[in-house]
Design a binder for this molecule. Structure first.
Ligand SMILES: *[C@@H]1O[C@H](CO)[C@@H](O)[C@H](O)[C@H]1NC(C)=O
Ligand SMILES: *[C@@H]1O[C@H](CO)[C@@H](O)[C@H](O)[C@H]1NC(C)=O
Ligand SMILES: *[C@@H]1O[C@H](CO)[C@@H](O)[C@H](O)[C@H]1NC(C)=O
Ligand SMILES: *[C@@H]1O[C@H](CO)[C@@H](O)[C@H](O)[C@H]1NC(C)=O
Ligand SMILES: *[C@@H]1O[C@H](CO)[C@@H](O)[C@H](O)[C@H]1NC(C)=O
Length: 426
């Protein structure tokens, strides 16, 4: 037993010596250290207290236990000042509270990615980022940032991705908060209820803006106007009841997600005022009650999702002049479509999804029954509980309905309900 322990210890010592000679890394149980020029991962110790190779390119500190952090939550430049080759500094959940002094990263001209999510950062000065001229990716999500100041990120001339999600930004964001971010491609931001018209204007190359799951109530004038590189905008899960007619002017979006808001009508003017309307328009789960004669007129899109809205009325000419490949009207309040939409449905290659569960499968629906039999571009509704075919797909009941109503119409009873039809033909 005794000898075995001695042997183990001998092996361990040999291993440590071998590693530190070959890798020229100090071996610590708190830091797993890589080869020179490679990675170091410190689980529970401050990097300044271990001799890491000076030329490491990746440094991760999972749970900062540097004395100063634990006591004051303050990040000091000397903790990393010797690692000038760093490309990635990962301080996710590392107890970072603030930076001291403000110019924290001046020795890292090669840093490309900086992860500071899940910390306690409340604010920072624009000079905090001095020297990070190569930085492309900054993750500040899951902190307690309360506001942004003018020029907050203007030192980050190469930044492409900025994540500010899950902060507590309650102050009005100055128009120049994002000034200088001319390379930015993706913004996951968290400005609370009110975003001024000009806040996004400096982001001349931005491709993606995420403003989902905030407390926005409206979209202000010209908010995204003339952002020509913008392709994807997510404004879902807010409380938006109105959008400015010109908020998309000059844009060519692939996707605009406005689902789960409280819009009561289709904001078609905003779509029509864009350079080209968003190819995918998601308006699902709003409070839209109708599709008017003009809502869709002149709109060209791949997909329009209106599912989950309490739509009960569709104008007879609602689809005329629209060029939309897929219209989703499932799970709405619809129980029928006006028969004057027949011509458009017949002539169009678009798919229309009217999968609703309360369809009135009566003789007035025969025209749709005929279309369902001959055309595959309509997703069938389900007959309502009060209809003659409760729970059945209209497409399944089609032949029966057609036969029953045809013989009824032979007796000139076109407008009778199906129940009447059956009684009459019995
Ligand atoms: C950063 O570190 C966290 C844990 O602290 C880890 O989950 C995450 O994957 C790391 N990210 C990168 C890009 O290294
Ligand atoms: C982080 O470090 C503190 C202080 O050393 C410790 O009490 C805590 O358990 C650690 N948390 C995790 C998730 O490792
Ligand atoms: C837009 O929302 C902001 C913040 O909630 C509010 O102050 C402003 O009055 C709203 N504007 C309009 C036109 O509703
Ligand atoms: C939305 O935000 C709330 C807090 O504001 C959060 O609890 C929830 O998980 C978020 N939902 C999504 C889908 O991100
Ligand atoms: C179309 O529907 C209207 C009202 O629902 C009805 O008066 C008219 O007879 C129908 N036309 C045809 C051709 O079925």
């Amino acid at each position: 037993m005794m000898e075995w322990n001695m042997f183990q210890i001998f092996l361990l010592v040999l291993l440590c010596v071998t590693v530190s000679v070959i890798g020229q890394c100090s071996v610590s149980t708190q830091c797993s250290v890589c080869d020179p020029g490679g990675r170091a991962v410190c689980g529970s110790i401050c990097p300044k207290d271990v001799a890491l190779p000076a030329n490491i390119v990746y440094l991760r500190v999972d749970n900062g236990t540097c004395d100063a952090w634990a006591r004051q939550g303050t990040l000091r430049p000397e903790y990393f000042g010797t690692y000038n080759d760093l490309k990635v500094l990962n301080l996710t959940q590392a107890h970072v509270d603030r930076f001291q002094p403000v110019a924290m990263f001046t020795s890292m001209p090669n840093l490309i990615e900086l992860y500071l999510s899940h910390n306690l950062i409340r604010s920072f000065s624009p000079t905090a980022w001095t020297g990070l001229s190569s930085l492309e990716h900054l993750d500040l999500s899951h902190n307690t940032i309360v506001g942004l100041v003018a020029q907050s990120f203007s030192k980050l001339i190469n930044l492409k991705q900025l994540d500010l999600s899950n902060n507590k930004i309650t102050m009005q964001i100055p128009d120049t908060a994002f000034a200088g971010l001319v390379q930015l491609k993706t913004l996951s931001n968290n400005p609370i209820s009110n975003i001024g018209s000009n806040v996004f204007q400096p982001l001349v190359n931005v491709e993606t803006i995420q403003m989902n799951n905030l407390t926005l109530t409206n979209i202000s004038n010209g908010l995204l106007s003339n952002l020509k590189s913008l392709r994807t905008v997510d404004i879902s899960d807010n409380s938006i009841s109105s959008v400015a007619n010109d908020f998309l002017t000059g844009t060519t979006l692939d996707l605009l997600d406005l689902s789960n808001n409280v819009l009561t009508s289709i904001p078609s003017d905003a779509f029509k005022n864009s350079a080209t309307p968003p190819r995918i328009l998601n308006l699902a789960y709003n409070k839209i009650t109708q599709i008017s004669s003009t809502d869709l007129k002149g709109i060209t899109a791949n997909r329009l999702d209106l599912s989950g809205n309490p739509i009960t009325t569709v104008a007879g000419d609602a689809f005329d002049g629209a060029s939309i490949s897929y219209i989703d009207l499932s799970n709405t309040g619809l129980t029928s479509l006006p028969n004057s939409t027949e011509a458009w449905l017949k002539g169009s290659t678009s798919t229309i999804n009217v999968h609703n569960s309360n369809w009135q499968c009566d003789c007035n629906t025969v025209w749709l029954v005929e279309l369902l039999i001959s055309h595959s571009n309509i997703v069938s509704p389900t007959c309502g509980a009060n209809s003659q075919y409760p729970g059945q797909l209209l497409s399944s009941a089609a032949i029966q309905i057609r036969d029953v109503c045809k013989s009824a119409s032979g007796e000139n009873n076109l407008d009778l309900t199906l129940t009447d039809c059956i009684t009459d033909t019995a």
